[in-house]
Design a protein. Sequence first.
Length: 371
Amino acid sequence: MKILLWVVLTPIALVVLAAGVYFLKAIIEGLIEGWRSDPGAEESAEKTAALGLLPPERQHTKLTSPEPRALTVAIAAARAGDWEPAAALLDETAAARDWERRTSYCGKLADVGADDDAWLLAWESARPDDPGAALVRARSSVILAWKIRGAKRAKHTTSEQFEGFHRTLARTRHEHARAAELAPEDDPSPYVGEISTAIGLGYPHEEMRRIWKDITSRAPHHYEAHFTALQYWCGKWCGSEELARAFAVKAAAGAPPGTLMKAFPLIAHFEHDESDSADVDRTPEMYAAVDAALADVAAADPDHPRLAEVRHLLAYYLYLQERWEPALEQFRLVDGYVDALPWRYRGDPAGEFCRMRDESAANAAAGQTGS
């Protein structure tokens, strides 16, 4: 009798047990899904989508802002082996004496050349003394050197990487000198490019000041030059917090409106801020620095190639200062592109950008509702 009961009841018990496991699994999965999906986050995402703002997966992580069409064409042509659009683009910037755009375009083209320089070799062969080709060659060698080194900290970088880095970077001194010989007399671009060599090789301060004099005598308010030089003067490279802040204050003082020089005190602050609290970003000095940069941006040429970089920085500091509406305005103007400070320092640039943007949007809307 016991055996018969065991035969009858065992299948039933197994069915009940299986059902229990199934429902327990469903309950656990439901709870996990509930934890993963924050209703508030979903609601916030819906609101920002209604404002025409883009989700993290649609943020471009390799650009700060949309590229000019001529640059996009030149880059695509270079990757296909055709150097002529790049040459024409740099010829145009030289003719216009547009040094800000010239260094910007050169950096983008040099990045292509660091990966594959077949098109650049063809350009150099066709036009041996072309100042644009010499400029791109010097900048591409700098980028190649930094790619050989890698982005990891020194303790995680091999001796072979360091050897290749220093060997490649050392030859850029000659390449920048040649680019300067071929360049128009008032072109600061070769000297701007050499700052990255100065950082990597640890030029002494006097040599850096020599480069800086060559730049500022030609273009006293060149944004990229100031941005890269500030890196040199930072404590993490060849200077200190005091030197970096002094450099930034001097850059901003007396600069004409619209030159974007007012951004540099903010950048110097960002580079040396090790605080875990936003209180250091809400001092009277920081409010004044943000306001000065806002006025500078408002006066800038809308086509300035570095304008978006400053807008990104302003969005960040306005967010930290809980100035929601002006923060949201800056976020709107750069939405879709996140390769800029401070996002490029984050592990998830697009996610961090969208989180602060969406919080700004939510608080701006709440403030309007309450008023």
